[in-house]
Design a protein around this ligand. Structure first.
Ligand code: TRP
Length: 454
């Protein structure tokens, strides 16, 4: 069983060295593991809460996408997409909003911090607070729950949001009486380094002490490194590596042997100017090749767009059926699955053919059926039933529900059909994800045709 790991990157700002070491590099490494099914996305709806500058948002989306791809994210292996390309996310956000206690959101750290600040300043508690900031945790819960994510790697400041996502999921499950949602677990990467910035405090945009990763090219990287604050020890004087951000940054990129050699050189009096040059050259070993692909990607935004569209398609193949299942569960069934009027015209495929079931008795004596498309393609093989009546009931139910009420679980090579929370059959194995996704469309089409005939 693969673990589904999901995380979002808010698209404000330009990635810096601290983002790379603390988030991007470990995430790319995790995505390569065979037991991980990674979902990484750009949280551009969340970005709107922080910024109302369209150019900045647009630029940041592009830079962040290019950065992750240049850092080695393989969009074939990972599902890499933009939040705003997935309409199921805002739809689910509303479903979740309607089961979320307002009091829960009152307790969110980010919102509370704004209220506290206003109160201290003697202002109205909600001055300058948008409903977007208030709803932030629900949108984030939808990001996670739409994909049944098992693990969510985030920074410490986000732990509360994952706890809220669990709360909201549990509440929804409880109200609607079924385990619709997997409860996500937070993952905090303890062993990942937090990089110090130019002034020695944690590298962060809010301290204005960052070292850019790719932006501005080699020149900017060099200039930033030369601005790292050091003490006033002269060349020849022994330096203390452990109190030097320069050394901490070096260590985040170098092997243990390299770090030891650098440590020794500092203790033996290497001048800060030279030490900065050593750091710069070491960083370039890792960064220069990535920067090259970054520049190539940034120069071809259409290619990035293409990759993200493909990611959105993969993501929606999962979120779509999920949200359809939820719509059904909460009473928002679409017309096709509600009992049709008696005089409704029967929908028949071109050429008068329609999808059909074929029942048969299996070698072990059990009863099964297949679903064939109007073209005669086998779309589904049912599980075994002990008696023909049980098999018939399921066929009837499939016809009643159509594609809107059916839940299709997407597996690497096949699709599993779920009706009323129970697996009722599976497709043949397909050759690759694309063939599978195309088959999903044919299966949904056939289910809708069946429902329209009823
Ligand atoms: N709020 C997260 C942050 O600022 C970004 C984010 C949005 C996210 N949706 C998410 C992270 C879902 C994990 C899962 O860091």
């Amino acid at each position: 069983m693969k673990t589904r790991v999901l995380t979002g990157i808010t698209t404000t700002g330009t990635p810096h060295l601290g983002n790379y070491v603390g988030a991007i590099r470990p995430a790319v490494a995790a995505s390569r593991r065979d037991d991980v099914d990674a979902f990484y996305f750009m949280a551009d709806y969340h970005a709107l809460i922080k910024s109302d500058n369209p150019d900045r948002i647009e630029r940041s989306r592009l830079e962040i996408a290019a950065t992750w791809l240049a850092a080695g994210l393989d969009p074939q292996k990972v599902t890499f997409y933009r939040q705003s390309d997935i309409p199921e996310i805002p739809e689910l956000t509303w479903f979740l909003t309607c089961v979320t206690a307002k009091g829960l959101l009152n307790r969110a750290h980010a919102y509370k911090a704004s209220v506290d600040k206003n109160t201290e300043a003697g202002e109205d508690p909600d001055a300058g607070v948008t409903a977007g900031l208030y709803m932030y945790p629900v949108l984030m819960a939808a990001d996670i729950l739409a994909f049944n994510a098992n693990k969510v790697p985030v920074g410490r400041d986000q732990i509360q949001h994952i706890e809220m996502a669990r709360d909201i999921a549990q509440r929804f499950n409880h109200i609607y009486g079924r385990e619709f949602f997997v409860l996500p677990e937070v993952v905090i990467e303890e062993q990942v380094a937090t990089l110090p910035g130019l002034d020695g405090r944690k590298m962060s945009k809010s301290y204005d002490n960052t070292i850019p990763l790719f932006a501005g090219g080699q020149k900017h990287l060099r200039e930033a490194i030369m601005r790292i604050v050091t003490d006033s020890r002269l060349p020849g004087e022994a330096k203390d590596p452990d109190s030097s951000s320069l050394f901490t940054i070096f260590r985040a990129f170098a092997s243990e042997a390299e770090s030891n050699a650098f440590r020794e050189a500092l203790v033996n009096g290497l001048g800060w100017g030279e030490a900065k040059q050593v750091l710069f050259e070491r960083l370039e070993v890792e960064i220069a090749p990535m920067r090259e692909s970054y520049d190539a990607l940034i120069a071809r935004p259409a290619m990035i767009e293409e990759i993200l569209h493909e990611g959105a398609r993969k993501a929606r193949a999962i979120a779509g059926p999920k949200v359809a299942e939820l719509r059904d569960a909460i009473g928002l069934r679409s017309g096709t699955s509600v009992a049709p009027q008696a005089n409704a015209p029967k929908a028949v495929a071109k050429g008068g053919k329609a999808p059909r079931f074929a029942s048969f008795r299996d070698a072990d004596g059990s009863f099964r059926f297949r679903l064939f498309s109007s073209e005669g393609e086998e779309l589904l093989l049912s599980r075994s039933f002990a008696d023909p009546k049980a098999a018939g009931v399921v066929q009837k139910r499939i016809k009643e529900l159509g594609s809107v009420g059916a839940v299709v679980q997407v597996q690497p090579q096949a699709l599993v059909l779920e009706i009323d929370g129970e697996q009722v059959g599976a497709t043949p194995d397909y050759d690759g994800e694309q063939a599978r996704d195309e088959a999903l469309l044919r299966l949904r089409g056939a289910l809708d045709q069946l429902a329209a005939q009823e």
